[in-house]
Design a protein around this ligand. Structure first.
Ligand code: HEM
Length: 556
């Protein structure tokens, strides 16, 4: 009798194991899944991504529609490529799509998502987001940092001035990067760490953190290849970088504690310490939470902002008529020759249109920050399972001819003059800062800094292309770059593939004419990635994201 029972049990287990995949397949076939491009075993659809994934996903969407289901390794990824579907995701079902996926790097650097950008949707994130929008990055707070912006922009203008009055070249992108870093640094931690006299190389460490946050975590997406991360000692290296950063931020926080509460101008660390003392919003912060928020401010605020300024300058130089219109406007409103103030910038409608148009064509985070679905949902009749990662690809949305007209690919700031579009993501055809619950809280800070910087650069200098080697087209000069350096802030494959902050290579020779002289501009991204190009070139030819992964594996 016992033998019979054991045999029956064994038979049942075997039958279950045998039937399980079949059952699964039957259930899956009953689900109405979104269209998917063909995929390979193990890597899924990764081979279909080029070095500009926002472009390759945009091209795939022309074939498979605005809602596609891909697989990055074994992780299902939903790709949204139209304003209509973006509306359903970020408005109708925003709550279900309000989570973020977390990679190993995110867990290490943000202490398991104790920041804002990667925190899981829930009470803690809600409190943090509210602290960010109401206290740290509110209109009033941004206004209180006006002096910081003015000082740093004046310093930037001095550098351009010096460069332009000598025959030496000026790296405009580098100057913009320095200015942006300095502004964000002073706002966040009260002082800047660039230049001489700094024993700790803050920028180098921050870049390292962002490289890890932006790198493709092979093991997270293709567990069978997790050994690659082990061989590369990725975990150990990340822990070491994190340790150095933690020590630095701890020192900064302790200095703030020692300085006391009665400072005249408060930076973000001061504000966070006050929130910790007063338990604002019922929030109980410990030191590691404060560190995570500060890291967010740096990671989310620096490269995005400088990339935007870089693109606007590049587009203006390519469109002399727009440059002239803008200069006319700025010179009408700007009373002082040496500095155009934020109050004056407030009146400049054409300047705002120029910035909006540049962010439409070149959103610094073209695929936004990935989201993760927290429960099953039906979207446009398709079944999407909980846990699916979600990419909202702003790139094709911003260039859709059905919503933007046949000239959607052209740089035409005028189109914004009569359009009631803002950065708040209310109209889903224009979402450079995202939308809904996860909307970027840094809009006020970023747009103010971008506008006042441009007003000054454009007001005081006339920019034009000086030389142009024959036989090269515009793309050669004005290409998006991707790669580790420009995907620093991103998380997960989406980020790395997106090459989020799509920095521009401003490698034209630019001359300031009129009373002052020549400035030569060269992209920092290009400078930093000079050694990287041969591989990028071949990767581009093969349209192969895998090559980038291999390169990243070797270099990180
Ligand atoms: C041109 C500059 C910037 C652009 C284009 C940009 C864009 C974005 C985008 C697309 C998102 C994701 C939104 C979504 O998921 O719907 C985001 C999130 C975020 N941004 Fe920005 N951003 C910029 C500047 C800044 C600045 C200056 C800060 C702060 C100092 C900042 C802080 C954040 C934070 C904390 C989040 C996460 C919000 C959340 O998950 O709830 N950003 N940003």
């Amino acid at each position: 009798m016992e033998n019979i029972i054991i045999s029956l049990c064994l038979a049942a287990i075997l039958a279950f194991l045998f039937l399980k995949p079949l059952l699964k397949r039957t259930t899956a076939t009953r689900l109405n899944l979104p269209p998917s491009p063909w995929r390979l075993p193990v890597i899924g659809n990764l081979h279909q991504l080029s070095l500009h994934p926002h472009r390759s996903l945009g091209a795939l969407s022309l074939r498979y529609g605005p809602l596609m289901l891909l697989h990055f390794g074994r992780v299902p990824v939903l790709v949204v490529s139209s304003a209509d579907v973006a509306h359903d995701v970020m408005k109708t079902h925003d709550l279900k799509f309000a989570n973020r996926p977390k990679t190993k790097a995110v867990n290490i650097f943000t202490n398991g998502g104790r920041d804002v950008a990667f925190a899981s949707y829930g009470v803690y994130w809600r409190q943090m987001k509210s602290v960010c929008t109401v206290h740290l990055l509110s209109k009033k707070m941004v206004k209180s940092y006006e002096k910081v912006r003015e000082e740093e922009i004046k310093e930037m203008m001095d550098k351009v001035e010096k460069g332009s009055s000598s025959s030496l070249s000026v790296n405009l992108s580098e100057i913009i990067v320095d200015m942006t870093n300095n502004v964000i640094c002073r706002i966040a931690i009260g002082r800047k760490y660039s230049g001489e006299g700094n024993t700790w190389d803050f920028e180098k460490h921050l870049r390292k953190v962002m490289e890890y946050l932006g790198a493709f975590p092979v093991g997270d997406y293709i567990p069978s290849l997790a050994w690659i991360d082990k061989i590369r000692s990725v975990d150990r290296n990340m822990e070491e970088v994190n340790k150095a950063f933690v020590e630095f931020l701890d020192r900064v926080i302790q200095e703030h504690v020692d300085e006391g509460k009665n400072k005249e101008t408060l930076d973000i660390v001061d504000m966070l310490l006050r929130i910790q003392r007063e338990k604002t919003n019922g929030l109980e912060l410990d030191r590691s939470d404060i560190r995570a928020v500060i890291l967010d401010i740096f990671a989310a605020g620096t490269s995005t902002t400088f990339t935007a300024i870089d693109w606007v300058m590049a587009l203006l130089i390519r469109h002399p008529n727009c440059m002239k219109n803008l200069q006319d406007e700025i010179r009408t409103y700007s009373r002082h020759k040496l500095y155009t103030s934020e109050e004056e910038v407030d009146n400049m409608e054409y300047l705002k249109a120029v910035v909006k148009e540049a962010l439409r064509l070149h959103p610094p985070i073209p695929m936004l920050v990935p989201r993760q679905l927290s429960e099953d949902v039906k979207l446009k009749g398709y079944d999407i399972a909980a846990g699916t990662q979600v990419i909202i690809n702003a790139w094709p949305i911003h260039r859709d001819t059905t919503t933007w007209g046949p000239d959607a690919e052209e740089f035409k700031p005028e189109r914004h003059l009569d359009l009631p579009l803002d950065f708040q993501g209310q109209d889903f055809k224009y979402i450079p800062f995202g939308s809904g619950r996860r909307l970027c809280p840094g809009i006020e800070l970023a747009s103010t800094l971008i506008e006042v910087t441009l007003a000054n650069l454009v007001n005081q200098f006339n920019w034009r292309v000086e030389t142009r080697p024959s036989g090269d087209d515009d793309e050669y000069y004005l290409a998006e770059t991707t790669g580790i350096e420009v995907s620093q802030m991103s998380n997960g494959p989406i980020r790395t593939q997106t090459g989020q902050p799509a920095a521009v290579s401003l490698c034209r020779r630019i001359r300031r004419v009129g009373p002052l002289w020549a400035a030569v501009s060269k992209s920092s991204a290009l400078t930093r990635t000079a050694w990287y190009w041969p591989l990028c070139g071949s990767a581009r030819r093969l349209n192969c994201f895998m090559l980038k992964l291999i390169h990243q594996s070797v270099c990180l």
